[in-house]
Design a protein around this ligand. Structure first.
Ligand code: BG6
Length: 480
């Protein structure tokens, strides 16, 4: 197991809110090696003591149940160096003395600094085998910048020692998708165009852009969420069964899905996509402001796209992909709607109003699976069979200990298990499709639709989110 974490971006939100608390939990559970050590690096000119003074209270806040001793034990393993990430020499100087340990470098920094940071790591001897590299998403901003980063890094370290994160893959509920799909004959039998009418993948957030303006104003929902998390969910839903659970067999199948995505073109942009931005509204009874990017960059906080996978399994099945900030509730779910039965025998309800079978995988905030069936009423007054929808709910027991995504991913990288990380060709294929969407928007000059914070997005997004708009089920829609 690798024993040294070189953490770049150590004063940033990701490191403070997720990475250090994850290390604290892993340490508390005895999952880190005895001689584990972190070198924290960022631009600020702190010394180690000043960094501890910032980190200590953040750790206690993130994990109030952690005892003083555990927090102290983590802090004792962490030292801090101020580095200039644009200068390979500065980085090399900060890591060189650790190059005889087994290092994992984690880049929680903007992608524009990846290349210079990696050059510094290589110069300091921290990228040669057996050292490993973890890269946060997004890798670049489009295909071109991604290619540049991938190529430059490929000259410095072998692909098998690069661990590209998409933290959704570290979520237990997301991994469960593979278990459900490939561990159950029932699902496998209907998992294709003959039985499935449509698939909806929704990642709705009630949080806003707050505090991440500089990054978000260049990125928007398309590049921040769709390119990574939603396309990864799509891959898990749509991929062919891999021959084994070996990392590359899974990634081979995922990349085939990405390559089969039909590029969006300008002629279909308005029909197959919606972009929106939240205006002022109310979340949980509290008023919240609208989003105004600093340079009025025209960036979206909501995107809905109907994706088409041009292969035998999925021909003709629309995949409605949708994500937004400041939506009515936090909810990540995948809804698979099956085709209507071939021949309808019943008078009530009539065929047109019968509810199709529907399988809902709710991934966040709580995990459960719901199967919508049609069933008969016990004894209807009028004497004939009458069907009504019946929801079968399978809640995942809350007692289960689910590790948070970053804990799992850090452990996997320390142990050298790449299955839950994104391979270079996946990154490229995902960007190729995202570029097509972005180009189509530009050519078609697709307008930005406003939606009030606390709603389900712009009215135009209704066809992309059939289940969210269902009356009574998710009551939150307020027209823009
Ligand atoms: C990050 C995005 O990758 O994922 C954020 O950059 C988003 O904008 C976050 O809020 C959502 O993650 P989660 O785990 O809270 O669903």
């Amino acid at each position: 197991m690798h024993n040294t974490l070189l953490l770049f971006g150590a004063t940033g939100d990701l490191a403070q809110r997720y990475l250090f608390p994850s290390l604290l939990r892993l340490l508390g559970d005895g999952l880190l090696p005895e001689d584990f050590k972190v070198r924290a690096m960022a631009l600020s000119g702190h010394d180690t003591a000043a960094f501890h003074a910032i980190l200590g209270p953040r750790l206690k806040q993130a994990m109030p149940q952690a005892g003083e001793e555990l927090v102290r034990s983590l802090l004792e393993r962490v030292d801090y160096r101020s580095v200039d990430l644009r200068s390979p020499e500065s980085i090399a100087a900060a890591v060189r003395e650790l190059a005889d340990r087994r290092c994992v470098s984690y880049l929680a920094i903007p992608p524009a600094l990846y290349i210079s940071t990696c050059r510094g790591l290589a110069l300091g001897g921290a990228l040669a085998a057996p050292h490993r590299l973890m890269l946060e998403k997004p890798i670049g901003h489009d295909s071109h910048s991604a290619r540049e980063i991938l190529d430059a890094i490929a000259e410095l370290i072998d692909e098998e020692r690069v661990f590209r994160l998409d933290h959704y893959l570290g979520k237990a509920a997301v991994q469960n998708l593979l278990a459900l799909r490939f561990g159950n004959t029932l699902l496998e039998a209907v998992w294709n165009r003959n039985h499935i009418e449509s698939v909806e993948i929704l990642v709705a957030e009630s949080e806003g852009v707050d505090g991440r303006n500089a990054y978000y104003a260049r990125s928007g929902a398309l590049r921040d969420m769709l390119q990574s998390h939603i396309l990864q969910l799509l891959c898990l839903v749509a991929m062919e069964p891999p021959a084994s659970l070996e990392a590359d067999r899974i990634r081979d199948e995922k990349v085939k899905v990405l390559r089969a995505l039909r590029p969006l073109d300008a002629a279909h942009a308005a029909h197959d996509s919606v972009r929106g931005r939240y205006t002022a509204g109310t979340i949980n009874g509290e008023p919240v402001q609208g989003y105004q990017p600093p340079d009025d960059s025209g960036i979206e906080t909501f995107v809905a796209v109907t994706a088409h996978i041009d292969n035998w399994r999925w021909a003709g099945v629309p995949f409605h992909l949708c994500t937004g900030k400041r939506m009515a509730e936090r909810s990540t779910r995948i809804v698979v709607t099956l085709k209507p039965v071939t021949h309808w025998l019943f008078e009530r309800p009539d065929r047109a109003t019968a509810t199709p079978n529907r399988l809902t995988f709710q991934l966040q905030p709580q995990e459960n699976i719901e199967l919508g069936l049609m069933s008969s009423l016990a004894g209807p007054e009028w004497g004939a069979l009458e069907l009504q929808p019946l929801e079968l709910e399978l809640s995942v027991p809350t007692g289960l200990h689910r590790r948070i995504a970053y804990e799992r991913l850090l452990l996997d990288a320390f142990n050298g298990n790449p299955a839950l990380f994104v391979r270079d060709d996946e990154v490229e294929a995902a960007w190729a499709w995202i570029d097509s969407v972005s180009d189509a928007w530009q050519q078609a000059q697709l307008p930005l639709q406003p939606y009030p914070a606390g709603s389900w997005g712009p009215e135009q997004a209704r066809p992309f989110l059939p289940t969210a708009f269902e009356v009574g089920k998710h009551d939150g829609y307020r027209p823009a």
